[in-house]
Design a protein around this ligand. Structure first.
Ligand SMILES: NC(=O)C1=CN([C@@H]2O[C@H](COP(=O)(O)OP(=O)(O)OC[C@H]3O[C@@H](n4cnc5c(N)ncnc54)[C@H](O)[C@@H]3O)[C@@H](O)[C@H]2O)[C@@H](O)CC1
Ligand SMILES: [K+]
Length: 489
């Protein structure tokens, strides 16, 4: 899995890469710029659009000069917005690329900037080399760049955004951020989302050995990581091998949550799904999900199930005793969501009853009820990390970049998903998926990684045709396609 390094570590990564690959720093910059341009050309933007490239003095600016040359070679109309003041300030590699600019490219000084109405602005002003508070001249430049009315594409990070922190006032508001090798930590924080726009991550050929001595507890989960985590089932497998799962939830008026959860567990691959609910509601389940069995009254002997998910639509009135009893009886890791999280939040003493490696799946509201408010997302992540390490639990903090917090302190950001998944029932689907993988005998860690990634991918697939019309059932309908896309039988 891809490590996410801090801005300071990136300098070390670069020098590791250069010493191990034999590349020069200029060749590395050339590789990054080439990947950027290949991505840009794939967007099939009209060739007659004017492209302005705002260029700073460091290596981010160096990328900008190289991109300018490459796009001019492709017959785009490119001009440079000078944010670097004088040539003496340019870094070594930026100077090399500045000197190779073809004559056709015009360079405009700050005072002469006049933005066309529309077109493209490529932001290569400041990258991960930003240190401390933004200088006032840089703030002025960023403010002026932010008045541009066309499409803004930031190279590596939106200029002004620190590489590892929540925004501190001013930064470029990009439509796209194209980051190299891995997303910088700051690009993952919800507070920074309005600056980042759509995130694209491009590999630039950094060798695996270059990462060896660089420690990080942050990781980025991508499609390549998922396939090896899946179990292979043979033609002799039977429905028992595919897992018997129990889903506890639903209440009058909230049976939909349990229905979504059950359907998603079945679509994920569970062999047998039993839903436990109140007696009065069982006809609803049997009609809506004929493939699922139902149970009511006392919670059935949990030991006959391979995995249990608890909480979607359950309600919190009169549930405490049942929940406690259940936690006392069940000894395998459980998936705890929605109202079960709320029950836990109002009685934290129950935490010690949770089997080791149980999975909690709060969104930020549920997280706050459980562990209290945080000043910002990076602080919230520190709280999540400590909670998981202290209690030996897994916590899936749901959001635009869902973070999987593991008991060993690793924090893994998911790369799949779309903004259109912020819709009622999306979380119930995730609970069904994670529980399903647990039931199939995946380790809790692998069940969560697969559940979270496939859930996001299913959302992406469904949103291609549904966009803002996407509902949770569409995510379930797209689960089969995730197996096809990832080539999993
Ligand atoms: N391994 C990688 O990821 C690679 C990164 N490259 C590029 O190199 C960039 C990093 O380059 P550098 O380390 O030269 O740094 P940057 O170009 O990101 O920033 C350095 C510039 O920022 C200015 N600056 C620093 N702090 C400031 C502040 N508080 N207020 C105003 N201005 C400030 C400095 O005066 C300098 O001009 C990356 O973001 C990326 O674009 C690529 O060229 C090559 C490969
Ligand atoms: K930038």
């Amino acid at each position: 899995m891809q490590k996410i390094l801090s801005g300071i570590q990136i300098k070390e990564l670069d020098s590791n890469q250069l010493s191990r690959s034999g590349q020069t720093s200029h060749e590395l910059m050339e590789a990054a710029s080439t990947e950027f341009v290949n991505w840009f050309l794939n967007q099939e933007l009209p060739i007659d659009q004017p492209i302005q490239i705002a260029v700073g003095a460091g290596n981010n600016g160096g990328d900008g000069f190289a991109v300018a040359r490459m796009l001019a070679d492709q017959s785009y109309s490119v001009s440079i917005l000078n944010c670097f003041k004088s040539i003496e300030r340019l870094s070594k590699d930026a100077l090399v690329n500045f000197s190779s600019l073809p004559e056709i490219i015009q360079i405009h000084d700050f005072e002469d900037w006049v933005f066309p109405n529309g077109g493209i602005l490529i932001d290569a002003f400041l990258g991960v080399g930003l240190k401390g508070e933004l200088r006032t001249d840089a703030i002025e430049i960023i403010r002026k760049l932010n008045t541009f009315k066309g499409t803004v594409i930031s190279i590596d990070v939106p200029s002004g955004l620190p590489s590892d922190e929540v925004v501190n006032g001013t930064a470029i508001k990009a439509d796209f951020t194209v980051s190299f090798e891995f997303p910088k930590l700051s690009l993952m924080y919800p507070e920074n989302a309005e600056f980042v726009g759509e995130l694209v991550v491009l590999k630039i050929g950094i060798l695996e050995e270059a990462y060896n001595n660089l420690m990080s507890t942050f990781y980025y989960l991508e499609a390549v990581d998922i396939r090896p985590l899946h179990k292979i089932f043979s033609r002799f497998s039977y429905k028992g091998d595919m897992g018997k799962v129990l889903l506890v939830g639903g209440s009058p008026g909230k049976m939909g949550a349990l229905i979504l959860c059950a359907k998603s567990a079945l679509r994920t691959g569970s062999g047998l799904v039993t839903c436990h609910m109140e007696d009065s509601e069982r006809a609803i389940i049997q009609t809506a999900v004929p493939e699922a069995m139902s149970s009511w009254g006392l919670i059935p002997n949990p030991e006959i199930y391979d995995a249990v998910g608890i909480g979607p639509g359950w309600g919190i009135g009169n549930r405490d005793r049942l929940f406690k009893q259940f936690l006392q009886d069940f000894k395998k890791p459980i998936v705890i969501d929605a109202d079960a999280l709320n029950l836990l939040a109002r009685n934290l003493d129950l935490l010690h009853l949770l089997p080791k490696n149980s999975v909690l799946t709060p969104h930020i509201g549920e997280f706050t009820r459980l562990l209290g408010p945080a000043a910002d997302h990076s602080k919230r992540m520190e709280m999540a990390k400590k909670f998981c390490m202290d209690n030996k639990l897994i916590l899936v903090l749901k959001g635009a970049n869902t973070v999987i917090n593991l008991p060993d302190g690793r924090q893994i950001f998911n790369s799949s998903g779309t903004k259109y998944m912020a819709t009622g029932g999306s979380g119930d689907v995730l609970t069904g998926m994670i529980t399903s993988y647990l039931g199939m005998g995946y380790s809790p860690e692998n069940a969560v990684l697969c559940g979270v990634f496939h859930h996001g991918l299913a959302g992406e697939i469904a949103s291609k045709s549904k966009r803002r019309s996407l509902i949770a059932s569409d995510i379930i309908d797209a689960i089969p396609e995730t197996y096809i896309q990832l080539n999993i039988s």
